[in-house]
Design a protein around this ligand. Sequence first.
Ligand code: PHE
Length: 355
Amino acid sequence: MADLETLKTKYAGEIAAADNLGGLDAVRVAALGKKGEVSLQMRTLGQMSADEKKVMGPALNSLKNELAALVEARKTVLEGAALNAALASETLDMSLPVRADTGTLHPVMQVMEEMAVIFADQGFAVAEGPDIEDDFHNFTALNFPPGHPARDMHDTFFLKPDADGNKMVLRTHTSPVQIRTMMSQKPPIRIIIPGRTYRCDSDQTHTPMFHQVEGLVIDKTTHMGHLKGCLMDFMSAFFETDVETRFRPHHFPFTEPSAEMDVRYERVGDEIRIGQGDKWMEILGCGMVHPNVLKNCGLDPDEYQGFAFGMGVDRLAMLKYGMPDLRDMFAGDGRWLEHYGFSPLLQANLATGLS
Ligand code: PHE
């Protein structure tokens, strides 16, 4: 039987001398671990006489508790010291200027922010929805009946069918968020919906993933004149010059009447100048929300009405900032981003300019 006093003095000394957490734990294991000296002593209790046990049992127990308490106390001291050392060495100089030479904002993000700023000024809030949609939100509720040829126009990416044969899709436009909003919010509604959209298409002016900004206004009085005014004002604000626009009749299943909006432009050498000129460029689709769409969302078309529009963000970015090929936008080339990117520190706003 070892002398408990000797054991206590030995380990108390080692605990006090431990100068790091690893060393302290080694001492703890040597004394109190499964095969530690104190634990081994506890096991000898079984072979003792009842009288011996009465004395040694409580004595060993209190030795164990005392050493455990000493380990804990030392641990707290060492942890505090480790934290203080880290705080002293890992300093961050908050007064250093930001390094403005690393990282730029992608032109698509910049343009989406510019759009949000302009539409916010007209009273629009921002709404979002999922990139992976079901058939109901992407097509059916938007008045594309099953089998309708307009579904094929969209070159849809389908996901693998589920057990019931239902195929989810990568949303082909931001219009499904119109449905989500009308089904979850009471009019008046005035939102824009920026987001990614997908179609199986790729050439100089098409990429399989692209960006749209959708707009939706629903109340009891909004009419086509409001739609035109809203979009005409937007174009001049966005291009930061007077932009002449025209509306051509068109067809979308989810709007009636429907139109496409063109802006005037001219080509000077390699450059495209938006605003004036002798040519027209198609910029967006729009129209008055179709009564069937309102009904599909539980809104009474005799009470509510409004307009919607959808435009391609990437193309507007190309036009405004003069990039020649849409595919470069998503190639992830650092040199391209350095050339066309925007400072993340300069926020677009109407007071000091958009860009
Ligand atoms: N969703 C249409 C498209 O992607 C655009 C659009 C939106 C047209 C809203 C009218 C109203 O082509």
